[in-house]
Design a protein around this ligand. Structure first.
Ligand SMILES: Cc1ncc(COP(=O)(O)O)c(C=O)c1O
Length: 385
């Protein structure tokens, strides 16, 4: 019997060790891990630079509280602000906490309450972020939600225009809806959304929790679309596996989050911060991001070549190293079959196989994943008929 609440349907795999893109289970079986801990281990498992930074900090101090000046927090905040082209950071411990803070910040800064979000979006599991999420299944059984969220179809500008008014505090969106099934925002929709927000004095909050920290080949995915958000949230890849979240905001929001207005005991924890600095110092380099972009083109070509001809593959959607393969086969059993063959991948949305490979995955590993997918999808399609 398990003493854990069964909130997750767990896989049959029990990890023993992991390095780079490879995970070894208790039985010594090798897996190619194209889940990256759900988009967290962007540098692969246990990247040496991050491991060294953590162990250095472990020998200094682990926790002191935010009553103290902590230079490392300043360094991490500077990296994040500069990479996002913004000014100020609040550190939290998770994605949901970062979004929670962003929602509070937007409401307080504008003095308005309504926030527009999108169908299939995912923003977290706390009460406000669950309410922000545009998926009914996430809210089932929890009773009444915060009522100030309005949900409209993604990429539908006329729906947005219809919902926008002078009471709107913010529009909150993911550039690529990750959990919702790898749905990518269009250039036209995103740019018009930004302009409409400016027109109405509403803030644009971009949830980069899954898309940020190099995942799409830019420091943040909004940078593919030349956008100018007011608030950006980050988590997942930021700490390479150590828990950390962040809200990045513009200077004009400084007074809204004055002393005593928001807080977190563990937010900006020194160990997590040390991991975040080492992660950002690796990823936020032109050469590194260029390599991710080249790699994602290679991956895209491979997947198109090998998978597109397979009837069970309905669509392949990709931005950088975020990939969604829409299929019409039974997804849980397909993922299980892949695990048996040593490839770890994720579900998303209704019937989308999602891969979030480490940004450091090699061409050989990409080939291996694509070949495994091809043979499994072919076999699986045959046996499903
Ligand atoms: C876009 C997005 N926002 C928020 C979250 C919530 O992050 P966390 O699980 O760290 O609270 C997630 C997690 O999957 C996410 O993908």
């Amino acid at each position: 019997m398990s003493y854990l609440f069964p909130t997750y349907s767990r896989w049959e795999v029990e990890p023993e060790s992991a390095e780079g893109s490879i995970l070894i289970d208790k039985d010594g079986k090798r897996y190619l891990d194209f889940t990256s801990g759900i988009g967290v281990c962007n540098l692969g498992h246990r990247p040496p630079a991050v491991q060294e930074a953590i162990s250095t900090q472990l020998n200094k101090f682990w926790h002191v509280s935010n009553l103290f000046i902590q230079e490392q927090q300043e360094i991490a905040a500077k990296h994040l602000s500069q990479a996002a082209g913004m000014d100020l950071v609040f550190f939290a411990n998770s994605g949901a906490e970062a979004n929670e803070a962003a929602i509070k910040l937007a409401r307080k800064a504008t003095g308005r309450q309504k926030i527009i979000t999108f169908h299939q979006s995912f923003h977290g599991r706390t009460f406000a972020t669950m309410a922000a999420t545009g998926q009914e299944k996430i809210k089932e059984g929890y009773g009444s939600m915060l009522e100030t969220f309005k949900y409209i179809p993604f990429n539908d500008f006329s729906a947005l225009k219809g919902e926008m008014d002078e009471k709107t505090a913010a529009v909150m969106l993911e550039i690529v809806q990750g959990e919702g099934g790898i749905h990518i925002g269009t250039q036209e929709f995103l740019k018009k959304t930004e302009q409409l927000c400016k027109e109405y004095g509403a803030l644009l909050i971009i949830d980069e929790i899954q898309t940020g920290i190099g995942r799409t080949g830019k420091a943040f995915a909004f940078q593919h679309f030349n956008l100018d958000p007011d608030i950006v949230t980050s988590a997942k890849g930021l700490g390479s596996g150590l828990p950390i979240g962040a809200v990045i905001g513009k200077k004009k929001l400084e007074k809204t989050f004055g002393p005593g207005s928001h807080g977190s005991t563990f937010g900006g924890n020194p160990i997590s911060i040390s991991a975040a600095i080492a992660t950002m110092e690796t990823i936020f380099q032109e050469e590194f991001l260029k390599d991710v972009q080249e790699k994602s083109v290679y991956l895209s070509n491979k997947l198109t070549e090998l998978l597109e001809p397979i009837p069970a593959v309905k669509e392949i959607r990709q931005l950088g190293m975020m990939i969604g393969i829409e299929t019409d086969v039974n997804l849980p059993s397909l993922l299980k079959e892949l695990r048996e063959k040593g490839l770890l991948a994720l579900p998303a949305g209704e019937n989308v196989l999602r891969m979030l490979p480490p940004l450091t995955a090699t061409a050989t590993e990409i080939n291996e994943a694509a070949e495994t997918l091809k043979s499994t999808l072919l076999e699986y399609s045959k046996s499903a008929v």
